[in-house]
Design a protein around this ligand. Structure first.
Ligand SMILES: C[S@@+](CC[C@H](N)C(=O)[O-])C[C@H]1O[C@@H](n2cnc3c(N)ncnc32)[C@H](O)[C@@H]1O
Length: 548
């Protein structure tokens, strides 16, 4: 029989019971004690209250209670989900991985769930692997580097499946569900896959708990790296990032080597006082189309235009053979943006190039481009397959949220005409430039806010045969859903980077919603998760909907 343990004994905790790795009910159940300083360990055999043979009551944890928990799965943003066995009450813990047993403190209680802060891991998760990156336990970017890649894929696939069932309201009991829900497409490059990384300069270096006693003054407290999770003002100093290309790491190391040199007089921007010069270092990797070798753009984002201050860094970086462009975006905004009000060229070209599905794209400092080029090839091929264009140049494609036009342009060769809509004017200009660059003249890209469409939307293009919709995380606005339900295009290919809003939107398109006064008229043919970003919580999905 397990007993409750006072939290001061936490460091000496020895566990005598075997681990129950196969159980689904995962949360320790509380004794009837109100003492928040007790740890309530797991009783997996029965799911009943520990130390109590009587039938359990539903358990709802209290704030500050210390619990022994087991993580069951990963939810949105890679947050670990634990559940109370009998009540199903959900506890969410950042940095907990499926199968991991840990001690956690309830830090926040909401209506239907609570948040838990992990205090100590008791036993690691089922698929533990050593993280190759030295910053993996601190940096919020690669939350799942400690999970084997197979387990990462399983967790992502399960997340999409549950969202399709619970939010999308598609039953997994129907015979066609197995055909609709496709297995996740893995990414076969697990590191160095990102073509863009944004690092921040800061005046407050983030330190792990064990080093907090170290007093850092002045330049020693400066950092260049990634925001520590949960801190807008603290920067985890990094010398390299395993997600970006090797030449990008060379540039980062060169900047790290010299930017704090007092002789240069460079200061990081302070987000509290708004003083300081250096804000961000953005590194983009493209490809030289003639040699196929990497070419890089370095973008210094600063609070003012002082090229003479950057000169020593520019001189050093420009000796790296892969560097073909050094830009300076100047922003006076006190926000975290890296998009400047003004842009200056400090060295070389103003753009780098990359190719996607046989087309060439010019990428400027601020233009959007899929950040994993290799997997974007895979994603776009899936989109092309779902679109299923006949190839006789007879069909009209509507490319919603078209960005720099990459999807529409890859489809244009088989279509009669592609109409693209996008809110960012610069992206629309890039889309038109990219069309020209690739000799494509059957595309029209229009700037417009798809959250603000009115009854005139749709009057400026013929009825499409295929709609591609690739919104950002919030998904589609109800106005756009209503428009699509009225438009009744034979096919919609919905590309999403947020499976939760994707499930919501396909529910609207397929099942309708009484409260929104909409009637669904589409059938979900397939939903294909794609892993674009190994070790991170992000999941991409390509869904095919056909008119009923
Ligand atoms: C996920 S990206 C997709 C870009 C493009 N389809 C691609 O694959 O490169 C979403 C795009 O939607 C645009 N966007 C966001 N909100 C929008 C809105 N309300 N109206 C139009 N476009 C919007 C963003 O600027 C961004 O370019």
């Amino acid at each position: 029989m397990a007993s409750t343990i006072p939290s001061h004994a936490l460091r000496h905790l020895t566990l005598t019971r075997p681990w129950f790795s196969k159980i689904r009910c995962t949360t320790s159940l509380a004794s009837s004690s109100e003492d928040p300083h007790q740890i309530f360990p797991l009783n997996a055999d029965t799911g009943s209250k520990t130390g109590n043979n009587s039938k359990s009551q539903a358990f709802f944890p209290k704030k500050n209670q210390v619990l022994e928990l087991e993580c069951e799965s990963l939810a949105f943003k890679g947050i670990g989900v634990c559940k109370v066995a009998d009540s199903g009450f959900v506890l969410l813990c950042n940095n907990a991985l499926p199968g991991e047993r840990f001690i956690g403190r309830v830090s926040r209680k909401k209506g239907s769930y609570a948040e838990v802060t992990k205090l100590k891991t008791l036993s690691p998760h089922w698929d533990f692997v050593d993280a190759p990156c030295e910053y993996a336990s601190y940096c919020g970017g690669c939350k799942t580097q400690n999970l084997s890649y197979e387990a990462q894929l399983r967790a992502k696939e399960q997340q999409v499946r549950e969202l399709v069932i619970h939010v999308g309201k598609f039953s997994d009991k129907t015979p066609d569900f197995a055909h609709i829900m496709k297995p996740i497409v893995p990414c076969d490059i697990l590191f160095h896959y990102r073509n863009k990384m944004e690092f921040s300069f800061g005046s407050q270096k983030w330190l792990p708990k064990e080093l907090l006693h170290e007093k850092l003054d002045g330049n020693d407290n400066y950092a260049l790296g990634l925001h520590a999770p949960g801190f807008f003002d603290k920067i985890l100093n990094v010398d390299k990032c395993l997600l970006q290309s090797e030449p990008a790491n060379k540039i980062l190391a060169t900047v790290q080597d010299s930017w704090k040199d007092p002789e240069l007089g460079l200061s990081p921007y302070n987000v509290h006082s708004h003083a300081g010069f250096l804000k961000h270092l953005v590194l983009r990797t493209g490809r030289d189309m003639s040699t196929g070798l990497p070419e890089l753009m370095v973008n210094f984002v600063t609070s003012s235009y002082k090229p003479e201050m950057l000169k020593p860094l520019v001189e050093k970086i420009s000796t790296i053979p892969e560097v073909v462009s050094i830009m300076n975006n100047v922003t006076t905004s006190i926000g975290n943006t890296s998009v400047g009000e003004e842009e200056y060229t400090l060295y070389g070209k103003t753009t780098i190039t990359e190719s996607l599905r046989g087309l060439t794209f010019q990428i400027s400092a601020n233009s959007f481009f899929q950040t994993n080029t290799h997997q974007a090839e895979v994603l776009y091929k899936l989109i092309e397959d779902c679109a299923g264009l006949r190839g006789d140049a007879s069909e009209i494609v509507l490319d919603l949220f078209c960005g720099t036009g990459t999807i529409g342009l890859t489809l244009a060769k088989k279509a009669k005409h592609v109409y693209g809509y996008e809110v960012v004017a610069q992206a629309v200009a890039d889309a038109n430039k990219n069309a020209k660059l690739n000799g494509i003249n059957n595309t029209t890209f229009v700037q417009g806010d798809l959250n603000k469409i009115d009854e005139n939307f749709g009057k400026h293009f013929p009825k499409p045969d295929i709609v591609i919709s690739d919104p950002n995380r919030p998904g589609m606005h109800m106005k756009l859903i209503k428009f699509l339900l009225k438009l009744k295009a034979p096919k919609i290919v919905y590309v999403s980077c947020n499976p939760a809003t994707c499930a919501r939107d396909i529910d609207y398109l397929c099942h309708g919603a009484v409260e929104q006064k909409i009637k669904g008229c589409y059938k979900l043919r397939s939903i294909q998760p794609v892993d674009m970003f190994p070790h991170t919580p992000h999941i991409e999905c390509v869904c095919l909907l056909e008119l009923c």
